[in-house]
Write a protein that binds this ligand. Structure first.
Ligand code: PRP
Ligand code: URA
Length: 209
């Protein structure tokens, strides 16, 4: 399945708090990061393990499973994706970070790229693209285009809230990727905002409302 809606009670509770009218910048930031951690746990469920022999607590050799060492790059989409970074990195602290800057033109809703700094050997890595909002899908599709142009073949998207329009567009453009979200909301309004959504996630994270 390419779309995973994570209906874990902790995720749903935190998302409910995040949707509250008048939420403080501090609470919004904390919750975005915490949900980022929980979604990362789900998105990394199928990372490959390999058997290793170690010396156990009694001094004898025991077999344990460790991550195969699959290289991961976390890809925050500026700005709002940065809000999820700490929470995501908490579970995968050695992941390298590739930064993509896109600003959605609020009239045309087209993403305008302004920054791209991807890590090396991206063709060997799993990319975890993080952004709180998947609205029209334009920003996500443009980011995946960049990653694929650089040679990356294994890509997952982690978003807090997705609109059906954005999910459809993203999976039509890139059927090989997987999307993890805390919610699949109702629709986009006439300004391209997700309903019920969260409002402008970047403004709320950075306090620029
Ligand atoms: C928001 C959001 C996504 C994008 C989603 O960013 O964080 O990146 O819009 O919309 P889309 O699916 O229609 O492309 P925005 O461009 O507002 O920039 P910001 O993060 O700097 O606020
Ligand atoms: N960007 C946001 O921050 N919120 C939306 O609802 C859509 C795009």
């Amino acid at each position: 399945m390419s779309l995973h809606v994570i209906d874990h009670p902790l995720v749903q509770h935190k998302l409910a708090l995040l949707r509250e009218y008048g939420i403080s910048t501090k609470s919004f930031r904390e919750l975005v990061s915490e949900i980022g951690t929980l979604l990362t746990y789900e998105a990394t469920k199928d990372l490959p393990l390999q058997a290793n022999l170690i010396k156990g607590w009694q001094g004898d050799s025991i077999e344990v499973n460790k991550l195969q060492g699959k290289k991961i790059t976390v890809v925050p989409i500026l700005r709002a994706g940065l809000g999820m970074m700490d929470g995501v990195m908490e579970l995968i602290p050695s992941a390298k970070v590739s930064v993509v800057g896109l600003q959605r033109n609020e009239e045309t809703l087209e993403p305008v790229p302004y920054f791209e700094k991807l890590v090396g050997k991206i063709e060997q890595r799993l990319s975890l693209v993080i952004d709180p909002m998947l609205a029209t899908g334009g920003s996500m599709i443009a980011t995946i285009d960049m990653l694929k142009s650089a040679g990356c073949t294994h890509i997952k998207a982690i978003v807090l809230v997705a609109a059906p329009e954005g999910v459809k567009a993203t999976l039509e453009a890139h059927p090989d990727i997987e999307i993890y979200t805390a919610a699949l909301d109702s629709h986009l309004n006439e300004h391209g905002y997700i309903v019920p959504g969260l409002g402008d996630a970047g403004d709320k994270i950075f306090g620029t409302v």
